[in-house]
Design a protein around this ligand. Structure first.
Ligand SMILES: [Zn+2]
Length: 187
């Protein structure tokens, strides 16, 4: 009985210690990242390309080029997200729009959101020259800012085999752009 009491006492003090440690570590985490917790911080090491599955041409919809980040934000909220899941959106005109803050974990590719940037091209499978030029800009920007090389640009379908998104053969994409960058395409 004496032994049992001693054990109980030890467990209680251990439990009290753990509570203090836990409280302290939570306080530190919130001090480091005001307004957020560690769990929603993004550490981009790869880029995942998507398409928005909006119309590609006038033939399919006269207002095919009107959609952008604001629309995706609305669609994603309707699906229950707290905001747009992608970090960047490239409109048909080539304009690059900021979506979710890139420091925040995205919501665009299950299992890979914690270390990636989500880039979404408006359209479905026929992208404009201006959109591709903006992709080059982002390749350069992410290489400078995060050290992400062209080999670490992936398509959504490479992580989810039930998807075709973004309908770009990524092996060719990487191969061509690697060559392009060697030839100073964006220098
Ligand atoms: Zn996708």
């Amino acid at each position: 009985m004496k032994l049992l009491n001693a054990l109980k006492h030890r467990l209680e003090s251990l439990y009290a210690c753990l509570k203090v440690i836990l409280r302290r570590s939570m306080k530190n985490a919130s001090n480091q990242n005001p307004g957020t917790t560690c769990s929603n911080m993004n550490e981009p090491r790869i880029v995942i390309l998507h398409c928005a599955v909006t119309p590609d041409s006038k033939k399919k919809d006269p207002g095919f080029d009107r959609f952008g980040a604001e629309d995706i934000d609305r669609w994603h909220r309707r699906r229950g997200f707290d905001e747009i899941g992608y970090h960047y959106v490239i409109r048909r005109t080539g304009e690059i729009e900021q979506g979710r803050d890139p420091r925040r974990v995205g919501a665009h590719c299950e299992g890979y959101n914690y270390n990636s940037l989500g880039v979404c091209l408006m359209g479905t499978r026929e992208f404009t020259v201006e959109q591709m030029e903006s992709v080059f800009k982002l390749i350069r920007r992410f290489r400078i800012k995060y050290g992400i090389k062209i080999d670490r640009w992936y398509g959504h379908y490479e992580f989810n085999h039930r998807k075709d998104c973004p309908n770009i053969p990524m092996i060719c994409f990487r191969h061509l752009l690697r060559k392009g960058f060697d030839g100073n395409l964006t220098a």
